[in-house]
Design a protein around this ligand. Structure first.
Ligand code: HPA
Length: 239
């Protein structure tokens, strides 16, 4: 049955879903990387598609920006559509100077200023972490395709324009690799629902060096990240 935010039929989604923030990126992934992709939902223009990659059924669905928006779609995908494996593909701002522009960051865990995981966990601090098998598959896929990959913690922020004056210093002190806006929500829901999740990110800008990617560079690194995520799903599927 359709949900308040997804109009797809019951069996429209594959068990594996890629999650970009931007719905037009979902369309781009479907058209560029999936075979036989069809659009399955468009409520609020939050587009979703199902097709196949290397013979494996896979869906792709936009989430919007931030934990609240992404949590709506992720929760409905899992509870109403039976999705079992979810891989966020998105951009992040580099924090660690070891992390270069356009390189891939795989989030082993996500700290956050969002309250969602404390709400889930009785006010305690939940360790929001990736699924190990998906993570290992993504690291292997990135190495096979020759991409530089960094595995570590990210910070999921509710604020793109962060009001905390020393946020950058705190993240650096704690050796956080990068900042973005959805992963802690994804990992919290996955834990609660007993499904598997991973965030594969590309560094679009660097908060310490102030470097930024051009739009053509962003496209190329986005493609690299999507292929790592899709290959990780295939490798994980075969295990
Ligand atoms: N902050 C939060 N999310 C981001 C950033 C950032 O600087 N860059 C890319 N995604």
């Amino acid at each position: 049955m359709p949900t308040p935010h997804i109009s797809a039929s019951d069996d429209a989604f594959a068990e594996a879903v890629l999650l970009p923030g931007d719905p037009l990126r979902a369309q781009y992934i479907a058209e560029s990387f999936l075979d036989g992709a069809t659009q399955i939902t468009n409520v609020r223009n939050m587009l979703g598609f199902t097709g196949a990659y290397k013979g494996m059924p896979v869906s792709v669905m936009g989430t919007g920006m931030g934990v609240p928006s992404a949590s709506i779609y992720i929760t409905e995908l899992v509870r109403n559509y039976g999705v079992k494996r979810l891989v966020r593909v998105g951009s992040c701002g580099g924090i660690s100077t070891d992390v270069g522009l356009r390189e891939i960051v795989i989030a082993i865990g996500a700290g956050t200023d969002s309250g969602v995981n404390r709400a889930r966990y009785g006010g305690w601090d939940y360790a929001a972490t990736a699924d190990y098998e998906l993570l290992a598959a993504a690291v292997a896929a990135a190495k096979t395709s020759g991409h530089t990959v960094h595995v570590g913690n990210v910070h999921t922020s509710d604020s793109f324009y962060n009001p905390v004056a020393d946020a950058l210093a705190i993240w650096q002190r704690m050796n956080v690799l990068a900042v973005e806006m959805e992963t802690a929500g994804l990992y919290g829901i996955a834990s609660e629902e007993g499904v598997r999740a991973l965030a594969v990110l590309t560094v679009s800008d660097h908060l310490i060096t102030s470097e930024e990617t051009s739009s053509s560079e962003r496209e190329r690194s986005f493609d690299d990240m999507v292929l790592v995520a899709l290959d990780a799903l295939v490798v994980d599927h075969g295990q």
